[in-house]
Write a protein that binds this ligand. Structure first.
Ligand SMILES: *Cc1c(COP(=O)(O)O)cnc(C)c1O
Length: 446
């Protein structure tokens, strides 16, 4: 069948309901192939993948070793269920993951995307307290950080706090206890000091701790909230406070896991061991949907018993532990080791900082926030006062759309232009990406 580009665009507009997209205003851009950190459209135009294909690509597209691992697994079997059955590739992947995760985190529950990794953790935490030797069934509530994002299934939406994503569904979701993210301005525009936000958390847990199953948070950087970078020490203190009040800690590293902040996992920046570590996006280096909820023996043990005790975790996803995904995940871990991916990061992180520093001088660029290999460039109507643009103007979206003409694919978060390339990006490519972002920002705000 010989399909024309016009036909494809027409079908795209009429049959494909794109995620987080107003279809009435959607303009098709059809990607045909990838090459390292570049994506190529059906007309042969090349774009740097500035959002790592929605924050998940790690080693670049069509990496020969990842492709080979995928092909080799396809030559064995594409999928077998992990409901009461196993697969050698998936077992090996679980074992390798446990060698890398913080000490004690060695029980892996596989699902298929970030939202389900968080859902599984929430449900496990809830069930854990009911199945303790001395059950604590009153521990049913969750604490979440304001402006958090944990995915789009209803449980994950319930603990999310990015209003433009969650407000619509509020009547359908449960209500967590929300604490403000540290280092952010409060309603009166006052920057809340770290000690104060920790004291507030401590106070809340003193009052409600006996009703709380777990606190869930994105460690170090709240990505979808607009690249909100937590002050140093916050995570470590949250761990200490939650432990003191017997509240489990769920760390959602779906976006920050696999090197994004400079260490393999973000929690390693502050030597924190959570009770649940949720991984997805980079888990298969951006190749296939797969997620993992990793916990420790104390949680696992609470679910053991005879089948007549009915203590098992009755939760699962059809494609959980998929061997094709596991094979690529394994090959990705090999690449981290053999190509010294983490050791190469400091130079790239530094280059991103120097490159984006230039943008901070632009008339309509407010704060530029960076941690590791991710930067968020906030566009503002008035630099002096920090007054935002009216959201209806969609300056972030317009800047990213204009950057396409300069060879970069970027995705904004509201009026924050996000630079989040694959870790494999070169320093030259970082400059090109930031230059394209700058061009886009000048067009939109000029
Ligand atoms: C993307 C993301 C999720 C959701 O992952 P999906 O695979 O889209 O379901 C959850 N948490 C964080 C921090 C994310 O960035």
């Amino acid at each position: 069948m010989n399909v024309t580009r016009r036909e494809l665009e027409h079908w795209d507009r009429h049959h494909v309901w794109h995620a987080f997209t107003q279809m009435q205003e959607y303009e098709p851009l059809l990607i045909e192939r990838g090459e390292g950190c570049w994506l190529v459209d059906v007309d042969g135009n090349r774009y740097l993948d500035g959002s790592a294909s929605m924050w998940c690509n790690v080693h670049g597209h069509r990496h020969p070793r990842l492709d080979a691992a995928l092909r080799a697994q396809a030559g064995k079997v594409a999928h077998t269920t992990n409901l009461g059955l196993s697969n050698s590739t998936t077992v090996e992947f679980a074992r390798r993951l446990c060698e890398l995760t913080p000490p004690g985190l060695d029980r892996v529950f596989f699902s298929d995307d970030g939202s389900t990794a968080v859902e599984a953790a929430l449900k496990m935490a809830f069930q854990f307290w009911r199945q303790l030797e001395t059950p604590r069934p009153e521990k049913t509530r969750f604490v979440a950080i304001a402006e958090a994002y944990h995915g789009d299934t209803l449980g994950a939406v319930g603990v999310g706090g990015v209003d433009r994503f969650t407000a619509m569904f509020a009547p359908l979701t449960f209500e967590p206890i929300r604490v403000p993210p540290p280092g952010r301005a409060d309603a009166d525009g006052r920057l809340v000091p770290l000690a104060e936000s920790l004291a507030e958390l401590d106070r809340l847990l003193s009052i409600y701790g006996s009703e709380i199953a777990a606190l869930v948070m994105e460690p170090i950087v709240q990505m979808a909230g607009g690249v909100i970078v937590h002050p140093a020490g916050y995570l470590k203190s949250v761990r200490e406070i939650t432990r003191r009040h017997e509240v489990l800690l769920i760390l959602d590293e779906v976006a920050v896991g696999f090197g994004r902040t400079g260490t393999m996992f973000a929690c390693q920046q502050e030597e924190v061991v959570p009770d649940f570590l949720c991984l997805a996006k980079g888990l298969t280096a951006g190749y296939l949907p797969m997620a993992a909820t990793i916990t420790h023996r104390c949680i696992w043990d609470a679910f053991l018993g005879s089948h007549t005790d009915q203590r098992a975790f009755y939760h699962g996803h059809t494609y959980g532990g998929n061997p094709l995904a596991a094979a690529v995940g394994l090959a990705s871990l090999d690449l981290f080791r053999d190509d010294l991916v983490l050791a190469a990061l400091p130079a790239k992180i530094d280059r991103l900082a120097r490159s984006t520093a230039r943008l901070a001088t632009l008339e309509h660029v407010g704060p530029v926030r960076q941690r590791g290999l991710v930067a968020g460039i906030e566009l503002v109507a008035d630099k002096a006062t920090g007054r935002p643009y009216p959201w209806q103007e969609q300056q972030g979206r317009r800047a990213c759309a204009a950057a396409r003409g300069h060879g970069a694919l970027l995705r904004p978060l509201g009026d924050v232009v996000v630079i989040m390339p694959p870790l494999a990006i070169t320093e030259d490519e970082i400059d090109r990406l930031v230059t394209a972002a700058e061009a886009g920002i000048r067009v939109a705000t000029g």
